[in-house]
Design a protein around this ligand. Structure first.
Ligand code: FES
Ligand SMILES: [Fe+2]
Length: 431
C-alpha cells in the first residue's frame, strides 16, 4: 500500500523536492519545434514548477532561460529578439542563450554591471521535432538510446497534449496493459486501412487489434527489470489461434514505448508542468515508409487547440460523454479518440491521485514495480548515491504479434529484428 508520505514523495516535483531533483537528472521534452515556427520564435515554458522562456536567437541557437528578468522581474516572453539574444522591453537588458547579460543600456557608459548578471539558463537539444531541456545538476547525460531519437526526421513525428493532473498518474495509465481491453474497447471492429497514425486500429497478423483487446480481456502480464526500466510482456492466449504477444516498455523515469501499428511505435514522455498539470510528449517512429507529417499533424490539430495544445474535448464538456454511444459503440461513450479516454481516466482520479485509498491487483504489476523503483531511486539520489540510467542502455523494443501458444517467447526479438532489417534507417544503424 502507498502511504501518504510516499505519495507526496513520488508526485511533488517543484524546485527543492526529492522527486523533482531526480527527474531533472534526465533530458525531458519541454516543447515541440512547431511551437517556435512562425514570425516570432519565443514561447513560455513551465516545467517542474519553474517559469522559463524558450527562444531561438537570430543565428538559430536555442535558449531556455528564467522567464523573469534579472533586473526587476519583467516577463521576458515579451522580449525583443535582437542583438544576439532576447532583450527585456522594460529597460533594454539583453540576455544571450546562456543567460549571460550582454547589455544594460540605461547604465552609465563605463558600467560593467552586465558582466556580473546572469539569468538561470538550461541546456537544450532539438531532435526530430522535439526540444529537450536538461534542468538538473551537473553535466547533462547523452540523449537516451531510443529508436525515436536515432530515426531520421523523415521517419519521425512529434506532438504533445495537455493533461490537467499530476504527471505520475498519466505515466501510470501508459504503462498499464490491462486497461486497453476496457477503457479503449470498441464494440465493433474498424477497417484497419482507415486507421493511419491511430492507436489500436491496425491488424495483428490479420486479426483486428480492437477484437483482440475486446475478446481476450484477462491478459497475463510479465515484467522484467532492465537497465532502461521495465520490459513488459502482455500475453493473451487466443485459444486455438495462438498467443498474442504485446511488448511495451516503461523507460525510467518518465517515458513509455508502445507499438502503434506494424510499422510504427510511439515513445511518450510525461512531463510535469507543476504538481497538478502535465504534458504528454509523443514521438512517433516509422520503420517503414516516411511519416506523413501533414496528415499526422492535421488529425491531431482537429482535437487540440493551439498555442497550448489543450484538448477540445475534456472536463469542461464532460469528455463528450454520450450514454447511447456507451451502449452501442464504445466502452466509455467518449468517442473514438483513445487520448480522450486516457485523459478522462487520469483527470477523474483527481489533481493528484490519493493513492492511500486505492486497491491494487495482480494486473497492476507494472505500476507496483515502477513505483518501488521510483521511490528507491528518489531516496538514493537524495543521499547522493543514485546512478541515473546511463544513456547507453539496451534499445527497448515494442511489438504486437501472434505466435504459437507453446513457442511464443522468441517472437518479440524475431519480429523486432525482421522489422529493423527491413527498415532503411534502422538496418543502416545495425551494420
Ligand atoms: S526589468 Fe528587465 S530590463 Fe528592467
Ligand atoms: Fe490508454
Amino acid at each position: 500500500m502507498t502511504s501518504a508520505a510516499q505519495n507526496e514523495l513520488m508526485t511533488r516535483v517543484g524546485p527543492g523536492t526529492p522527486a523533482g531533483a531526480l527527474l531533472r537528472r534526465y533530458w525531458q521534452p519541454i516543447a515541440l519545434s512547431d511551437e517556435l515556427k512562425g514570425k516570432r520564435p519565443v514561447r513560455p515554458v513551465t516545467v517542474f514548477g519553474e517559469s522559463l522562456v524558450l527562444f531561438r536567437d537570430e543565428t538559430g541557437r536555442l535558449g531556455l532561460i528564467a522567464r523573469n528578468c534579472a533586473h526587476r522581474g519583467a516577463d521576458l516572453c515579451y522580449g525583443r529578439l535582437e542583438g544576439g539574444g532576447i532583450r527585456c522591453p522594460f529597460h533594454g537588458w539583453l540576455f544571450d542563450v546562456d543567460g549571460q547579460c550582454l547589455e544594460t543600456p540605461a547604465e552609465p557608459l563605463e558600467s560593467t554591471l552586465h558582466t556580473r548578471v546572469r539569468q538561470a539558463a538550461y541546456p537544450v537539444i532539438e531532435k526530430n521535432g522535439m526540444i529537450f531541456g536538461y534542468l538538473g545538476e551537473g553535466e547533462p547525460p547523452a540523449l537516451p538510446n531510443l529508436d525515436c531519437l536515432a530515426a531520421p526526421e523523415s521517419h519521425s513525428f512529434a506532438f504533445k497534449g495537455f493533461v490537467d493532473c499530476n504527471w505520475l498518474q498519466v505515466l501510470e495509465v501508459g504503462m498499464d496493459p490491462a486497461h486497453a481491453s476496457y477503457l479503449h474497447r470498441f464494440l465493433e471492429d474498424e477497417d484497419a486501412s482507415q486507421g493511419y497514425g491511430q492507436q489500436f486500429r491496425d491488424d495483428v497478423d490479420n486479426i483486428p487489434t480492437t477484437r483482440l483487446m475486446r475478446e481476450y480481456a484477462r491478459p497475463e502480464i510479465r515484467v522484467e527489470e532492465t537497465d532502461f526500466g521495465y520490459k513488459v510482456t502482455t500475453l493473451r492466449n487466443l485459444d486455438n489461434r495462438g498467443m498474442h504477444v504485446r511488448i511495451t516498455d516503461a523507460i525510467f523515469p518518465t517515458a513509455i514505448l508502445i507499438p502503434l501499428s506494424r510499422e510504427m511505435t510511439v515513445t511518450q514522455w510525461h512531463v510535469p508542468v507543476d504538481d497538478t498539470k502535465s504534458y504528454w510528449y509523443a514521438m512517433f517512429t516509422s520503420f517503414g515508409a516516411p511519416v506523413d507529417h501533414d496528415t499526422m499533424r492535421a488529425q491531431r490539430l482537429e482535437v487540440y487547440t493551439l498555442p497550448d495544445y489543450i484538448p477540445r474535448i475534456g472536463k469542461a464538456n464532460e469528455y463528450g460523454y454520450d450514454p447511447d454511444e456507451q451502449l452501442n459503440d464504445t466502452y466509455t461513450g467518449m468517442g473514438q479518440d483513445i487520448n480522450v479516454h486516457d485523459q478522462w481516466a487520469v483527470e477523474s482520479q483527481g489533481a493528484i491521485q490519493d493513492r492511500t485509498k486505492e486497491t491494487l491487483g495482480t494486473s497492476d504489476v507494472v505500476i507496483t514495480a515502477y513505483r518501488k523503483r521510483l521511490v528507491s531511486e528518489i531516496r538514493a539520489h537524495e543521499k547522493g548515491e543514485a546512478a541515473p540510467v546511463k544513456a547507453d542502455h539496451a534499445v527497448p523494443i515494442a511489438i504486437d504479434a501472434i505466435a504459437p501458444a507453446d513457442a511464443w517467447e522468441p517472437i518479440g526479438i524475431e519480429r523486432d529484428l525482421a522489422r529493423r532489417r527491413g527498415s532503411d534507417w534502422a538496418a543502416a544503424l545495425m551494420s
